[in-house]
Design a protein around this ligand. Structure first.
Ligand SMILES: Cc1cc2nc3c(=O)[nH]c(=O)nc-3n(C[C@H](O)[C@H](O)[C@H](O)COP(=O)(O)OP(=O)(O)OC[C@H]3O[C@@H](n4cnc5c(N)ncnc54)[C@H](O)[C@@H]3O)c2cc1C
Length: 460
């Protein structure tokens, strides 16, 4: 036990008793082992002098929720083909995604975590064509590999995108060869392996361990699981949607609720050689349906994700329905905010259609119309609902402005951070880890340090 810790426990008799009982005081405890929690573990173990760290994960392995390979679209988002990103957002996301790219280039030479495909965003018709040409002018300096390709080149690169399409329709695409497809589950496993096997830090990986409560006692956090209680000087809650539940229990994030958007997918055999995105509809908070080859199996093309609103914190886990309502809070403000969001007819119609896409039989009949915008010749029998695939994007609802907030949210309290991470949270995991590492070192205070220079030299 360090001197600093002894001093703290002496000041607080309850904490002292617990500490003696458990003899378990960590510098940092990370709650939740998805790609964000494991990236933070990697950063703390490699680039700081923090010695005693625990990562607590309720499942038997890390990354079995949204970071699981089947839960997300496996795209390393840079902002080049995401037409819903502004230049400012693309600059930020690009910087963050570069870190993941650099990590996999160094640590994944055998390509078990990533596959490199080309990617593009497709414009059909003059209006979308003009939009992409304008966008190219604005974004070309940030993404030098990006270029405009015409119908002829498109036919060479992605023949099925052109096959069977009306010749009179204008067709262009913004294309780049840099389409990193990532198995974020394997990436998480790699972060853990590098943290536990390639450093001499004292790291406790506690899987199959659900955190039931986090409480501040004196200067330490008391973290309760079913069979043990541990203490931490600083805590990072990286539990996806559950982070907001923990935050609210500690009095933080009271102005937020969640709109959980489940994303489903359909499979079709080998339609595309790379990723094909569509121009994003204005107003809509979620990425338009796109086609992607599977990260480890190019013979399968995945189309999606849909966006079905479900009152759950984790997909396919019905026990999280009650937790969802606890997180959203059945307050007047929450109802007013949800009503305000769906009162926009474009959003309401979009949500209804996305609900239909998940229905047996008729869902496919409606969904194929979306897929045919990408592959006009796709047959109904080729499309198959990807059962059990797709996670939940916990979109933040601001109860004050009654609006959906795009992107992730970070709440910072006394020696504690909470991360709520909808898309592109997996792409930004290392940047997020960098920010959290800096913050945690500040929490821990004297004697603790972060080698920012080495972190940047290795990853930025
Ligand atoms: C359909 C869909 C498509 C997406 N596509 C992309 C994409 O292409 N690119 C991209 O960058 N992002 C994408 N995302 C977003 C991305 O998947 C998430 O941002 C990312 O996985 C979040 O990682 P995380 O570690 O924060 O959360 P998670 O991976 O959900 O991990 C949270 C962990 O916390 C654990 N946990 C929760 N409660 C407790 C508790 N009480 N005790 C202990 N452990 C707990 C969970 O078991 C889980 O392992 C997509 C998401 C969806 C749903």
């Amino acid at each position: 036990m360090t001197q600093a810790t002894q001093d703290k426990t002496t000041q607080n008799p309850t904490t002292q008793k617990t500490a003696t009982q458990t003899d378990n005081i960590y510098d940092v405890v990370i709650v939740g082992g998805g790609v964000c929690g494991t990236a933070l573990l990697y950063s703390l173990s490699h680039y700081t002098n923090v010695n005693k760290i625990a990562l607590i994960e309720k499942n038997a392995e890390v990354a079995l929720v949204n970071s699981k390979q089947s839960s997300n679209s496996q795209t390393l988002h840079f902002g080049d083909i995401e037409t819903n990103y502004s230049l400012e957002k693309a600059t930020r996301v690009n910087q963050a995604a570069m870190m993941v790219k650099n990590y996999v280039l160094k640590n994944d030479v055998s390509q078990e975590i990533h596959t490199l495909y080309h990617k593009m965003v497709l414009a059909i018709g003059e209006l979308e064509g003009d939009f992409l040409r304008d966008r190219y002018e604005t974004f070309k300096d940030l993404f030098p590999a990006l270029r405009i390709i015409d119908r002829k080149e498109l036919a060479d690169i992605e023949p099925k995108v052109v096959e069977g399409r009306d010749d009179s329709q204008e067709m262009i695409a913004l294309f780049t060869p840099d389409g990193y497809t990532i198995d974020f589950q394997k990436l998480s496993q790699s972060f853990v392996k590098n943290a536990t096997q390639k450093t001499d830090k004292s790291i406790d990986l506690m899987t199959d361990t659900r955190v039931k409560a986090i409480q501040l006692e004196g200067d330490l956090y008391r973290i309760e699981t079913a069979d043990k209680t541990i203490l931490a000087k600083a805590v990072a809650v990286t539990s996806g949607a559950h982070s907001l539940l923990f935050a609210k229990r500690l009095g933080y994030g009271q102005d937020y609720a969640l709109l959980s958007a489940a994303g489903s997918f359909y499979f079709a055999p080998a339609q595309l050689n790379g990723k094909v995105y569509m121009v994003q509809m204005k107003k809509l908070p979620f990425a338009a349906i796109h086609g992607d080859p599977e990260v480890h199996d190019a013979s399968q093309t995945r189309f999606g994700p849909t966006a079905k609103v479900l009152p759950m914190l984790e997909r396919h886990r019905y026990g999280t329905i009650l937790e969802y309502f606890k997180t959203a809070g059945l307050s007047f403000d929450a109802f007013r905010s949800f009503f305000s969001i769906v009162s926009d007819l474009t959003i309401l119609w979009y949500l209804i259609m996305n609900f239909i896409y998940d229905l047996p039989i008729i869902g496919k009949l409606f969904f194929i119309r979306k897929v045919r915008k990408i592959i006009p010749s796709v047959k109904l029998r080729e499309l198959k609902y990807a059962k059990g695939y797709g996670g939940i994007r916990p979109q933040i609802v601001n109860l004050k402005s009654r609006k959906l907030e795009m992107g992730q949210a970070k709440l910072t309290g006394k020696n504690i951070i909470f991360n709520i991470t909808p898309s592109p949270g997996a792409s930004t995991c290392l940047k997020n880890a960098e920010d959290d590492t800096r913050q945690l070192i500040e929490f821990l205070g004297e004697g603790y340090s972060f080698d920012q220079e080495k972190f940047s030299a290795d990853l930025a």
